[in-house]
Ligand binder design. Sequence first.
Ligand code: PLP
Length: 341
Amino acid sequence: MIRFDSDYIEGCIPEILEALQCTNEEQTQGYGIDPHCEHARALIKETIGREDADVHFLVGGTQANITVIDSILKHYQGAVCAESGHINVHETGALEATGHKCLTLPTKDGTITASQVEQLIEDHYNGESVEHTVQPGIVYISFPTESGTLYSKKQLTDLYAVCQKYDIPLFIDGARLGYGLMARTNDVTIQDIANLCDVFYIGGTKVGALFGEAVVITNDKYKKDFRYNIKQRGGMLAKGRMLGIQFEELFTNNRYFTIAKHAIDLSDKLTNALQEKGYAFYFPAMTNQIFPILSNVKMKELAQNFAFESWGKVDDTHTAVRFVISFMTKEEAVDGLISQL
Ligand SMILES: Cc1ncc(COP(=O)(O)O)c(C=O)c1O
């Protein structure tokens, strides 16, 4: 069985395993204040061009999302997001369990627009029930989105302008940030990401690390006491250097970007092959998540040799599926899939 069901099905890049082995007998302080975490923070700040940022290492995506959002929101506020947003559909109500509702916006491709957000905020403050409904307190997006699509620099700039106009922070979930940044059609840099939101995170779990997400807070307003929130949410890893070492390796020699580019190159190969063979796509193919529409017969046939997700029924005889290419996917695996398509 060759797996295309996600980008967290392998371990990590070999440099991380080597670094963990080499540092194994070192003694360091715990909880993310060791020299490896400090070095990784410095590398990230240099890469994003924001020496003023605070960088915190968390273990996973759901934990990063609820820790960030709950640290910012007042208890009567909610998070504005796409109806397909990860916090709304794939986190078991984790955010709601912290007491904050998801205020969802309709979307066809996973993105939300500046004008949708502005309308939601205006509707809230001008509505008759203004104080009887949940106040929009943060805007959450992911880059790439749940549908594997991207925001252009213009869309992101417009969205952030609306957030600033209403003094609502913009939070970017970058669980797959590397793949978004290296996508062929992308015009957003990591420096743009850092400058066009208040908080974001750099996903490691899906992009080369064993586990770990680097939360970057660029707006001073949200920096204070963040570590208390991490600890209270169970995210402060005692052996925090495991995270620091991994991000040191990812942000040495541009590895984070090189390994993401590998996945994007293979994703493009698969996308081109699907196009040549005449398959239609459920969402535009932009990053390392590809959503072709297969006949149910073809889907069953492929499932004998390949693992992938069924994304949704298109009609009685066709289904949209998701193939995900990772930082470690082998070209032979993609070639095998292409030949069976
Ligand atoms: C965009 C996005 N955010 C957050 C997460 C949650 O990550 P985790 O499963 O590590 O909690 C995922 C996982 O698939 C994701 O795709």
